[in-house]
Design a protein around this ligand. Structure first.
Ligand SMILES: [Zn+2]
Length: 268
């Protein structure tokens, strides 16, 4: 079967007004592609075989896809039904962060710890790659804590000079015990006390749009519970692999980490 390839110009995408988020066609960013008329059924869109969020905007269906942090600059192809749409991904150099960690167990793990990390990874990945077919009306997120945002997303990290996976969230400064609130409506998809992330809450906002809160001192929600914007889900802490209290805030689309700054509203 031959599919027609549509090359979409970014200038066209940028012209779509009033989206909760602007397109940021870079690794760790989002691409927004018009995929049909809202009068028709929503088309099935996927990227690398993973379903992509589709929402209506100004009478059109638009696909909002997360671009993997390890995506190469150049063409990225979305499957749109039997067709495909190609978007151009720009190069983006994330900063390097070199960290010296005193506690060697955070750098080199025992087999027991590796087993624990592996089983936790499976739980977290299952949530991040889940796709619930709920309509999503907005991707705007209210800041989960009022503290400073940092540009720590995407840092290429080295712990004790060993290369590690890039930093897949935004660290927000806050004091231990400060309440953390849901940034948008959703369903509590998982909670747990994980080796690296400490006390963690994952919220499913629908269609693979998932947010994650780590290092909490306390979790005040239960799996399966519905939350709405502003509901307290826990408190800031320093559990897991951290040097001090802060909130690690992660946002995911189609199973890939994207920069939370893309979705955050300015004010509380
Ligand atoms: Zn972090």
């Amino acid at each position: 079967m031959i599919s027609r390839t549509t090359t979409l110009l970014l200038s066209l995408l940028l012209a779509i007004p009033a989206l909760a988020t602007e397109p940021s066609p870079r690794p760790g960013g989002v691409v927004i592609v018009e995929v049909g008329d809202a009068a028709d059924n929503a088309p099935k869109v996927s990227l690398h075989g993973k379903p992509v969020l589709v929402m209506t905007r100004n009478g059109k269906w638009v696909a909002v896809a997360g671009v993997p942090l390890d995506a190469e600059p150049g063409e990225l192809t979305l499957d749109v039904g039997a067709e495909s749409a190609v978007v151009e991904i720009a190069e983006h150099a994330y900063r390097e962060q070199w960290i010296t960690v005193e506690n060697q167990s955070f750098v080199e793990q025992s087999q027991e710890q590796l087993d624990r990390i592996w089983s936790e990874r499976k739980i977290i990945d299952a949530v991040l790659t889940s796709f619930t077919n709920r309509p999503v009306s907005s991707l705007s997120l209210r800041p989960p804590v009022p503290g400073n945002r940092s540009d720590s997303f995407g840092y290429r990290r080295f712990f004790n000079e060993q290369a590690r996976s890039p930093h897949k969230g935004m660290d927000m400064s806050a004091a231990s015990g400060d309440p953390v609130s849901a940034p948008s409506e959703g369903l509590i998809a998982a909670t747990g006390d994980y080796f690296f992330n400490g006390n963690t809450v994952l919220i499913d906002h629908g269609q693979g749009f998932v947010s994650m809160y780590c290092h909490l001192s306390e979790i005040t929600v239960k799996e399966g519970q519905s939350v709405t914007v502003g509901d307290v889900i826990g408190a800031v802490g320093a559990t897991g692999r951290v040097t001090g209290p802060h909130l690690h805030f992660g946002t995911y689309l189609n199973g890939t980490a994207v920069d939370p700054a893309i979705f955050l509203l300015d004010a509380n």
